[in-house]
Design a protein around this ligand. Structure first.
Ligand code: MN
Ligand code: MN
Length: 318
């Protein structure tokens, strides 16, 4: 019988440490977000990344339930080497775990919201920063409930083509109405909140500032970042990134695409300029792989999260 010895050179997703890089080839090995080790033990971690494969609340194309898998696959190239643009290995400073996916009760919208909130609250109770891979935009409502329970009212920084302030009626539930419900529940500090890249017309703004796509284009990257900073100021915030904020040319794989959005480099530069804001949690939602081409959308989503994680590492360094 041949004895198998030595440390496996790949499959960091189940052999690696919470810190450090991975040696997995980009095209091989067990997949996790940025090759972080899978695990449900978050104690002592700075960061947990998990998926919420939920798309029951869409109004148009379904398929965002496949988002977490696709974003993880696209993130494999970010395996812990020094990363652009910081030049840092973020996992030299941050202990991180891929928490896997949320267990959802099939076909039960209200039960799904509760499951997301409870599991998120459990992760946040460890003190870890939580990054969530959606899922349609409805998942942000239970995520906000969990984050606000821990941190108090938060400013919302929402990149999106849509305001998501529609009213689905009493007891209604939808990916286009989660902001209205969050405001009704008092989760959002509307005076410090802003929606960026909007290019549809909604019936109400709920008191949240709107920087629409044309206005953002006129302001440019630096002006857009300045406008966001002026609105959010010093306090705690939650960042939600609906991938349809990007133009369909840069994010075709999404449920409700609208022409006239940001390019990928524009949003990466804006996020970099916001890196020192007090962001307590973030998600990227509405990645819909059945409509994607060449993983364009999944790569964009993975890179947005990678930039957020670099910002966390830089903030931890002080
Ligand atoms: Mn949205
Ligand atoms: Mn949207």
């Amino acid at each position: 019988m041949t004895e198998i010895t030595g440390k496996p050179p790949i499959d960091h997703a189940f052999t690696g440490d919470r810190r450090g890089g991975a040696a997995d080839p980009t095209y091989a090995g067990a997949l996790s977000f940025m090759r972080r080790r899978y695990g449900k033990d978050v104690a002592g971690c700075d960061l947990a990344i998990w998926g919420v494969p939920f798309d029951l609340a869409v109004t148009n194309r379904p398929g965002a339930r496949f988002g977490p898998q696709a974003i993880r696959r696209a993130s494999a190239i970010f395996d812990g080497d020094p990363q652009y643009p910081s030049g840092l290995d973020p996992f030299a400073r941050l202990q991180a775990v891929d928490y896997g996916d949320c267990a959802l009760p099939r076909g039960d919208l209200r039960g799904s919201a509760k499951a997301i909130e409870i599991e998120a609250a459990g992760i946040l109770a460890t003190g870890a920063h939580l990054v969530t891979l959606g899922g349609d935009h409805f998942v942000t409502l239970p995520l906000l409930r969990a984050h606000v329970a821990r941190h108090g009212k938060l400013a919302l920084i929402q990149f999106d083509a849509h305001q998501d302030t529609w009213d689905d009626g009493p007891g209604g539930i939808g990916h286009g109405s989660f902001v209205l419900e969050a405001v009704r529940e008092g989760l959002i500090d509307v005076e410090r909140s802003i929606q960026i890249g909007i290019r549809t017309v909604a019936p109400r703004d709920c008191g949240i500032a709107v920087l629409d796509a044309y206005a953002a284009h006129e302001l440019g990257v630096a002006g857009t970042a300045r406008r966001i900073r002026e609105r959010v100021r010093e306090g705690a915030a939650y960042l939600t990134f609906d991938i349809d904020a990007l133009d369909p040319a840069f994010a075709p794989g999404t449920g409700t695409p609208v022409s006239g959005g940001f390019t990928t480099i524009e949003v990466l530069r804006i996020l970099r300029a916001l890196g020192d804001l007090d962001i307590r949690g973030m998600d990227v939602v509405e990645v819909c792989p059945p409509y994607d081409h060449a993983d364009v959308t999944a790569i964009a989503a993975a890179t947005i999260v990678q930039h957020h994680i670099q910002a966390l590492a830089l903030r931890k360094a002080g």
